[in-house]
Design a protein around this ligand. Structure first.
Ligand SMILES: [Zn+2]
Length: 764
């Protein structure tokens, strides 16, 4: 699973960019040598890095994909295990110290699935993706996991059907206005507009007893381009599988907070909070069409309508649907492959990961990323044989069980939490790789660093640098002149905050480890996300057909890994991070002001009778409820803390720049160790042991996903989530706690600045 580079995610990125570019901090001064390196070390490093990039071979990435995606390989399947062993032996062959770590997790697979229309006509959904003669692996039906949503509760329900658009909280407010309740109904929602797991969650909260999710052609089918197999877009019987595990905590539902080792204490399945409350199944639009066509009731609001040649009605009924889901609730072993290339010191670790399990053949998700990761490891092994040894240990992780719920990475991080917090410098993730642009996600202490890396990578098709292409495309997407002006002043790429949705989650949200997520995308000719058609044939005809973006991914992340591993000084720069956190705080204040204005206006219109006057007597709508206008909140503690953070960040950036521009005088190894130990500690200071107020697994107080957005980031979630729930007082009480965390971070940075200043001034 991953954020897809669809029109929607590009839009989201544009919005984030828009939100982040209101003010710009001075970027780190350009320097001829690398961030965190002395002048001499920098040149040697550049030579090794060039050697690395020149050795990355698209054909070898292609061969990795052909091997790994040749058969279906979901959790617990024979080929998944086979892949793990193949990956293990490759790492060993390349000179890594590699091993498999096994965990035992709950992984339900389908036993019985029914979706049928009982009234006004009869129709039974096929729930089957057909074999396509031109697609050579689509006929591996015996090994394919049927179409389903993992961690749906078992259920057998019959009820009238209601169309709920994307099934988000706002969609139910619209339904209220239409006077439609989903209580006792089965809802049908289209994919998109947020993470799939939110749909059954919100439906259940509104009293629905079942949930069907379908892929509308407007989202990823013929509306966007020719469909498969003549084009790359989802065909009429294509289905998106996927997990619907609830958002309380990721990982194995039976072992929250601890590794799912053989002897771990486990919850009973009935007590696992992350299993859905109502049954849910995904279907194709071919299966959805008879259901949607049988709905009457109000015509769906304009922006609820999809790309099918029907009038979209909301219901309820007269369509009456029978939905049955039953799973085998089995325990399955998952196998993480962990491979270390030891540094000259093993005290600090730089980590890299991508999952290898898929829903079916998964050429794009995740093998496009895994194939690039393996090519990086092959070439690092080659350099090692030629005499390159990293300063810090480099750890490559091929995760199993990501698709059901980040199982492999979460259980591994939970098991090794203490040592990771002691040793980990950073974690770099990828998942699916396509053609196009690279917009980094992660923690902004690595923003200057990753921007520097992107300068050194060539975009394979346009031949400009990856940095320049992403920078210029962000100007093209800017919302207005002010934003363009700000972007033009920057000489870095903005790192967007990550929430959830791939294997970086446990590193960032639980362990407080600095994180980057790097992938290319935005120029694809289609998607077969979580379908049997996401396979080698489809990928090599419609995506990165010559694997040059696979090469670009391996070059980008491999360069980043080497540069992090070899740096004299861990290349963190905190000014962009302080700038980003400042913006997150500004967004909170704006959210409050917007809600105050919105509710005051709505209440005024209620008084004036606007809603009564505009309700068509023949198609009446119900006025919205009177809302309590939010009280003012006290953001002062957070703003004061952010001022401190900005000061200490600028202080550190300044001393770092001085060290670089003055030719990087040598700092004694002991002094470097001291500063590096300080730097290693700073990202941990974002954690609060209590975690988020209603999701204690999530310890990071700045970077977190939303409980109702799934993948999407909700920075400063402790405050923002209460605001979204209109719990203003609770939101207010969280502010001092978040402020305390920001103050701790500022103090940590100050300590690093002092130690760097001291080591530096002693050399003057
Ligand atoms: Zn994935």
């Amino acid at each position: 699973m991953t954020l897809r580079w669809t029109c929607c995610s590009l839009l989201a990125i544009t919005q984030v960019l828009a939100a982040q570019s209101e003010e710009t901090a001075p970027p780190t001064e350009p320097s001829s040598h690398l961030l965190g390196y002395s002048a001499q070390a920098s040149q040697t490093q550049k030579d090794w890095e060039k050697k690395f990039r020149d050795s990355i071979a698209p054909d070898s990435i292609r061969e990795n994909m052909r091997r790994l995606s040749a058969r279906p390989h979901h959790v617990g399947s024979p080929y998944d295990k086979d892949n793990a062993e193949w990956i293990l032996s490759r790492f060993k062959e390349w000179g890594f110290d590699a091993r498999i770590e096994t965990f035992n997790v709950l992984f339900p697979t389908p036993k019985e699935r029914i979706v049928e229309l009982l009234e006004p006509t009869k129709f039974r959904a096929t729930l089957q993706e057909p074999v396509l003669p031109s697609d050579p692996t689509s006929n591996q039906t015996a090994e394919q996991l049927p179409t389903y949503n993992a961690y749906s509760i078992d259920g057998d329900v019959t009820a009238p059907l209601v169309y709920v658009n994307y099934g988000n909280r706002e969609d139910y407010e619209q339904l209220d206005r239409l006077g439609i309740s989903v209580k006792g109904a089965i809802v049908i929602a289209r994919y998109g507009g947020g993470w799939r797991g939110i749909k059954p969650k919100v439906a259940g909260e509104h009293g629905a007893i079942g949930c069907i999710i379908y892929s509308d052609p407007k989202g990823d089918g013929y509306y966007n381009g020719d469909d498969y197999p003549s084009g790359g877009w989802r065909p009429r019987f294509g289905v998106q599988r996927g997990s619907v595990m609830d958002t309380d905590y990721p990982g194995d539902p039976l072992t929250p907070g601890v590794g799912a080792t053989a002897d771990a204490k486990r919850l009973a399945v009935k007590d696992a909070k992350t299993i859905t409350k109502i049954p849910v199944l995904p279907i194709s639009y071919a299966d959805a069409l008879p259901l949607l066509s049988a709905l009457k009731g109000p015509v769906a609001p304009t922006d609820w309508r999809g790309g099918l040649a029907i009038t979209y009605h909301v219901g309820p009924g007269p369509a009456k649907v029978h939905l049955k889901v039953a799973s085998n609730w089995d325990m399955k072993p998952i196998h993480d492959v962990i491979a270390t290339l030891y540094g000259s010191s093993d005290d600090q670790w730089v980590l890299r990961g991508n999952h290898y399990d898929a829903w079916v053949n998964g050429a794009e998700d995740p093998i496009s990323g895994q194939s690039a990761l393996l090519e990086e490891a092959r070439v690092l092994g080659e350099l090692h044989k030629q005499g390159w040894t990293p300063k810090r240990s480099v750890i490559y992780c091929a995760w199993d069980g990501e698709e059901p719920g980040l199982l492999g990475s979460v259980e591994w991080v939970e098991t090794h939490l203490e040592e990771l917090q002691k040793h980990a410098v950073a974690y770099i993730n990828s998942d699916s790789n396509d053609r196009g642009f690279m917009y980094p996600g992660g923690t902004q202490d690595l923003q200057s660093f990753v921007s520097g890396v992107a300068q050194d990578i060539q975009d394979p098709e346009t031949k400009m640098s990856v940095f320049q292409r992403s920078h210029l495309s962000s100007i093209a997407q800017a919302k207005d002149g002010d934003e363009r002006k700000d972007l033009r002043k920057r000489n870095d790429l903005i790192v967007t905050a990550l929430g959830d949705g791939s294997d970086f989650t446990a590193f960032q949200d639980l362990a407080g480890i600095s994180t980057l997520s790097i992938e290319f995308g935005g120029e694809d000719d289609g998607t077969q996300y979580h379908s049997i058609y996401d396979d080698f044939y489809w990928y090599t005809h419609f995506v990165d057909t010559d694997f040059v973006y696979g090469r670009a991914l391996a070059q980008t992340i491999g360069t980043a890994m080497m540069r992090l591993a070899d740096a004299d000084l861990i290349p963190f720069d905190y000014s962009p991070q302080a700038e980003a956190i400042g913006k997150y705080e500004t967004e909170l204040e704006k959210l409050l002001k917007d809600k105050q204005d919105e509710f005051a206006e709505q209440n005024l219109q209620l008084q004036e009778g606007v809603f009564t006057a505009t309700s068509d007597p023949r198609r009446p709508t119900i006025p919205p409820p009177v809302e309590t206008v939010p009280p003012y909140m006290n953001f002062a503690p957070m703003k004061n803390a952010i001022e401190l953070l900005k000061k200490s960040s600028q202080r550190y950036s300044k001393i770092l720049a001085a060290w670089r521009t003055k030719g990087s005088p040598a700092i004694s190894p002991q002094a470097l160790d001291t500063v590096n130990a300080d730097l290693l500690r700073v990202p941990r200071l974002f954690l609060n042991e209590k975690g988020l107020p209603e999701r204690p697994w999530f310890k990071n107080q700045i970077y977190a996903p939303g409980a109702y957005t799934g993948y999407g980031a909700k920075p400063i979630a402790a405050v923002r989530e209460y605001m979204d729930a209109k719990k203003w007082k609770e939101a207010d009480t969280q502010i001092p706690q978040v402020a305390q965390v920001i103050e701790n971070v500022a103090a940590g940075i100050d300590r690093a600045a002092t130690d760097l200043e001291n080591s530096f001034s002693r050399q003057q």
